[in-house]
Design a protein. Sequence first.
Length: 303
Amino acid sequence: MLSGSAAISIRGLTKRYGKLVAVDRLDLEVRRGEVFGFLGLNGAGKTTTIRILLDLLRPTSGNAAVFGHDCQSDSLKARSAVGYLPGEMGIYSDLTGHEMLKFLERIGGGSVSREHRHNLTERFELSDRDLSRKLREYSTGMKRKLGLIQAFQADPLLLILDEPTEGLDPLMQESFYELLADARNRGRTVFMSSHVLPEVERVCDRIAVLRKGEVVLLSSVEDARKLASKNVRVVFQQNVAVPVSLPQGYEMIDAKPRTWILRVTGQLGSLPSFLAALPVADLAVEEARLEDVLVKYYRDGAE
């Protein structure tokens, strides 16, 4: 049973190409109003899943729905709610930027506010002169900016974005993050694929990690970060002996007479009592990064 209350609802989704299984019995639900990171290495099944959501591919088995509309049997209604940025935009090189945006507006079937589109072009610094040029003259970064503008221009309920900041300079990346925050504040849902893990950590509420067509991690960003170990640097006022044993979850990475570096898995709750009898001068905790967790799932999975 597909959920009509979810922005995206996927049940038992499988796509095979002969003996190759691109997506394997995928179950996933994306809530309305959240920014959801869809992650994995190349070949993990991300693009295949996105293409099924857009009815560009048909699944071997299983179902997918957008706001309760089946992506295959009711694909027109499903796609009418979606703004899509592909990983690589197929463009008509003889069109100008203006013509491309108007063409995609017409085939999308949605209504585009001229004021909203103008605000988008200003945010991404595409001038009227830029938009009057043929697309064959566009740089990679300009094409990416145009792709983002066309995805957002109809103010869709759901944005499906594949590597949205690829090719953007740092200033334009910041413009994208601000635009994403505005969309979320208006209750829009974002389903995005990205290889830039600091970006995912910054903007996403939840993530799913795909490996060989299967979800191997589904978590909030905050909970995923907690799975990583932390490094704790302890500086002492005088020389101290290295302890014979450490509490469970602690590992000594480096030990000098006046400085220890500990790796701690889990909470730091027992650290104060462990150090209480020692002449501690300073203590610094290096926060865990999402990247430290996800690399394990990308490569080998995790128990």
